[in-house]
Ligand binder design. Structure first.
Ligand code: F6P
Length: 326
């Protein structure tokens, strides 16, 4: 028997479509198991300031289809200090919260890991980020929706690219990871992707152009992952203007459009499974783990691995993209 009577739940860092489905799943799975739920607004910030509200099943009605997070989110500097974390711990004790489920990406899990160790507090993480950059899970909540948003946007840009015979560099998010760029390029039939994972290995722009990627086409689309390593779409386009002035180049930065919108079925299902699994994990006395899904099975990934180990891209996809862009 677990002695957890009340679970606190929060979302932190960048919002991601499907976070609401995860909040719903954690709330309902906890109540199903006789555990009370308290919702913490604005992530770790709300934990410090005490923006905490008891949640019933009705509080999470009609949210599975909504993007963003009903709990709001914030990037909190105070929680990065030991003093801030003491305040957060005091608040948990005062509220009678015995365990936390934190939904978010790398920064959220890093905060959770430090806090859990410092205050010996049970925390389970649920990976919610469009970046898909957490080790130990095949997918993160929000990634599939963002990928579909990218695909739809590129489909539209392609109309202009082909009408004007232009070369477009389209920048997508991903922080330091190329999952959105690489898979977005394959899904939208783009010619190439420029991603940080292989930026140090080769000059991706030169390779793309020298391979004669426009031989049989007038227009071309290249997806560029944001990051210092790639230089972003603006950096790449600047290079083209000086090194390959024959091209008529345009840049589109998709930006935060990628974070919004109603989650796809895949993200809703993933979030529902992971949210329910987070409650199971706490009942099973797990702590300091992130819920993952590998080969369609729920796994528990220690925070130290999820955050510290770089999740590798699948290199076979690079080859697929290269072959299909002839
Ligand atoms: O981590 C999610 C993400 O959207 C990244 O892809 C991006 O680099 C970052 O957040 C942008 O953060 P913000 O919304 O704070 O500008």
């Amino acid at each position: 028997m677990s002695n957890i009577k009340c679970i606190g739940i929060l979302t932190s860092g960048g919002d991601a479509p499907g976070m609401n489905a995860a909040i719903r799943a954690v709330t309902r799975a906890a109540i199903f198991n006789g555990i009370a739920v308290k919702a913490i607004y604005r992530g770790y910030k709300g934990l410090i300031t005490g923006e905490i509200v008891p949640f019933k099943t009705e509080n999470v009605s009609n949210i599975i289809q909504q993007g963003g997070t009903i709990l709001k989110t914030a990037r909190c500097m105070e929680f990065k200090t030991p003093e801030g974390r003491v305040l957060a711990h005091n608040r948990l004790v005062e509220e009678g919260i015995d365990a936390l489920v934190t939904i978010g990406g790398d920064g959220t899990l890093t905060g959770a890991r430090i806090f859990a160790q410092e205050h010996n507090f049970p925390i389970v993480g649920v990976p919610g980020t469009i970046d898909n950059d957490l080790f130990g899970t095949d997918l993160t909540i929000g990634y599939d929706t963002a990928l579909n948003t990218i695909m739809e946007a590129v489909d539209k840009i392609r109309d202009t690219a082909s009408s004007h015979d232009r070369l477009f560099f389209i920048e997508v998010m991903g922080r330091d990871a190329g999952f959105l760029a690489l898979n977005g390029a394959i899904a939208s039939g783009a010619e190439a992707a420029i991603i940080p994972e292989i930026a140090l290995e080769k000059d991706q722009l030169a390779e793309t152009i020298e391979n004669g990627f426009r031989k049989s086409k007038n227009s071309s689309i290249v997806l560029v992952a944001e990051s210092d390593e790639t230089g972003g779409a603006m950096g790449v386009a600047e290079r083209v203007k000086t090194e390959y002035p024959q091209f008529d180049v345009r840049v589109t930065i998709l930006g935060h459009i990628q974070r919004g919108g109603s989650p796809t079925a895949q993200d809703r299902i993933l979030a529902s499974r992971m949210g329910a699994a987070a409650v199971d994990a706490l009942l099973d006395d797990q702590r300091n783990v992130m819920i993952g899904v590998q080969n369609d099975q729920i796994t528990y990934v220690p925070f130290s691995k999820a955050i510290k180990i770089d999740k590798p891209i699948n290199r076979e996809l690079l080859n697929t993209l290269r072959i299909l862009s002839i």
